[in-house]
Write a protein that binds this ligand. Structure first.
Ligand code: AMP
Ligand code: ZN
Ligand code: FE
Ligand code: FE
Length: 280
């Protein structure tokens, strides 16, 4: 499979490599295309574009925190106008909600005598704050041995002892905002059951009707069954299929480029976008 990886995080959210280091790393692992998809922000776009090495194409995007029927889900948005006011405002609200929620998690920990501070977590987050930053504070305090271990019921796993909820954007509204901003929407890791409940096929159908363009089928959190099932759903609904690593630097053990997208799907994605250009 050629080198197209359409989902990666930088230190503008909860990855550990800077946007500039991420594009450099993409070339080093042999990618021809990389998408920068930080949580609820476009803050890394300019740095990544300015540092872009020769021979690499950059798809600018974001991963939007969404909800539908009480189930949380992630929407990948690509090549949208980063200045489209309703989308800018929605992303700002999502980041604000993350901030309050991370602080509540820290307050719960502190109330139980766990030696972490809000200042420490803020220092770890260079942009959009996320649970991996709280997790890193727990690692630094010697309370858990890895970021992954902090995502358990005893700590900040979804519904866990020190977990707090956040306000996400209804996914159908998010799809409309992305399309209004000239972007292309892809449902991220639609069958990643290890992260919690996932929406069923009827909701994916509603998303398709709202303008969803693709499904991220090949992803580290999908087993073979999930991938087969999601490939069928995509075919049924006329959605293209992507494959991506969801790279988070040292915060997760998947390598950049470990999962990749077929060039035909990439071409379809780029062909639909009118909000921003691929940087090359
Ligand atoms: P948040 O967006 O703040 O709710 O945090 C979720 C983020 O943490 C997602 O980007 C996941 O990639 C990451 N994450 C979820 N589960 C784990 C895990 N077990 N280990 C490391 N990172 C995780
Ligand atoms: Zn993340
Ligand atoms: Fe995600
Ligand atoms: Fe992600």
């Amino acid at each position: 499979m050629p080198g197209i990886d359409l989902h990666a995080h930088s230190s503008a959210s909860d990855g550990t490599t800077s946007p500039a280091a991420l594009v450099q790393h993409a070339v080093e692992v042999g990618l021809e295309v990389v998408a920068l998809t930080d949580h609820d922000t476009t803050a890394g776009w300019d740095e990544a574009a300015e540092a872009l090495p020769a021979g690499l194409r950059l798809v600018r995007g974001a991963e939007i925190s969404c909800v539908h029927g009480g189930i949380s889900l992630h929407l990948l948005a690509y090549l949208f106008d980063p200045g489209h006011p309703p989308l800018v405002q929605a992303l700002q609200r999502l980041r604000d909600s993350r901030l309050g929620r991370a602080e509540r998690m820290v307050q719960k920990l502190v109330a139980d005598g766990v030696p972490v501070t809000w200042g420490q977590v803020q220092g770890l987050a260079g942009g959009t704050v996320g649970r991996p930053h709280v997790a890193q504070a727990l690692v630094d305090a010697g309370l858990v041995s890895s970021v992954d271990e902090a995502f358990s019921d005893d700590w900040i796993g979804t519904g866990g002892r020190y977990w707090a909820s956040k306000e996400d954007l209804d996914v159908l509204e998010a799809i409309r905002l992305v399309r209004d901003a000239g972007g292309v929407a892809v449902f991220a890791h639609p069958a990643a059951t290890s992260r919690g409940r996932t929406v069923g096929e009827p909701v994916i159908e509603e998303m398709a009707a709202a303008g969803l363009a693709g499904l991220e089928v090949d992803h580290p959190d999908h087993g073979e069954d999930a991938r087969r099932r999601m490939r069928e759903v995509a075919a049924d609904l006329g959605l293209f299929v992507t494959g991506s690593s969801d790279f988070h630097g040292a915060n997760k053990d998947v390598a950049l480029g470990a999962w990749r997208t077929d060039p035909a799907a990439y071409d379809e994605l780029v062909g639909r976008a009118v909000g921003a250009e691929v940087v090359q």
